[in-house]
Design a protein. Sequence first.
Length: 429
Amino acid sequence: MADTTSLAESSQAFFCAIADYLQIKGKSLGEFLDPKNKELDDFSKFDRKWKSVFKAKNDSLQSIYDKFTEASTGAQKIPYGDIEGFLMTEKTWYISSALIGKKLVEDITTISSGFAKKPNVSDVWYYRGDKVVMKNIEALFKIANKNKPAPAFGDVNKWSPADIYFATDKATKRIKENVDLYVTGRGKSYGFDIMNNMISELITSGDLLPISLKKQTNTVTIKKVNFDKVEEQTAILKYQYHGLKQPWKKYTLKQPQTRDLQIKFSKSDREMIKIRHDASRATMKAELESRDMEARGGSIGSWNIFCDIVSYIDKQLATKLFNDYKKVNEKYKVQAEKLRKEWEEKDKRLKKPEAKKMARAEFDEERGALSAMLVTNEVFPTLIEWLEKNKRNISNAQDYVSPSDRLIQELFKYITSRTEDSGKFIIAK
């Protein structure tokens, strides 16, 4: 059985295909894709409605899923029965899938006039985790990323966070040609300029659409990302360093403190870049939290990449942050391993589930305290001092961007896939 994320994304791909199919059949989208209507407010009712109108086997929901979506997890194709069962039990995902499918087809020509043409009924239209489109795009990404100057993207989702792709035969053939040339062939000088140009041209012609999905049970909006780089980079300039959400203090056993660093990038306390040390994996992460739905949440899961971004602004700071973290994190891993072994020995001796649960909670608490005292206590003060020292201090200078502001902006661009090398995609949310 596929995991929830795979089933959710595949279900939304399925309903995008349903919406296209309804349009080809000349049916009203509102007649079928209105989960706010009591007669369509769950998948079983939608299924009955569909069967009452479409009686031919070729028009069945399973036939549409099999013909017009290619949904996989790993090497395993997700069977229709799994999608059907998921939508039957997960009502909010059914609602989100129906609303997004309807809105995407209604608004698709606003993305590109190339989408005015209806899909050929012989095509597989929507892909999720497949080998033909997404795996080939990922193969091209790896070559381009290898040739990219630092910081490289941590994974394909930082280049483009598309969860599903609309693709025609023309798109799949062109992508495959590039794979044959640059991945398995003799082409060497591949980069994101070539890759992004291919993606852009296929979007313009209406043959490819990378879609990033957000669960939405109310009003759906379609947001284009990286279509107008100048406009978007200008908008990002509004984000600035606005201090910390709350004063940061060193963690002690007598006075425990929050273990993360919450850096505000607007006046709102709900918009921040949160840096934390993951005690379970001994890794430092930077995560974006925002009330602005245009800012797709995400994270930087590598301190190496974080420091590469810092080096754009201040190489000396980046070097210190990297070296200090590497040294203290190694100490942490040694001490955390000792704690883990002690807990495992204790767990073996305990018989009652309640006692085992309590022992695990104590282990997690001790490991978290160790993380704070050995790692964040040593790394965060350097970054805080630099941010405060380099914040905006020139008044009435319209085009002045302080080093602290610039760092916020560069982190925001990377986390939300809006860098100069990021590809075009849309967010359906």
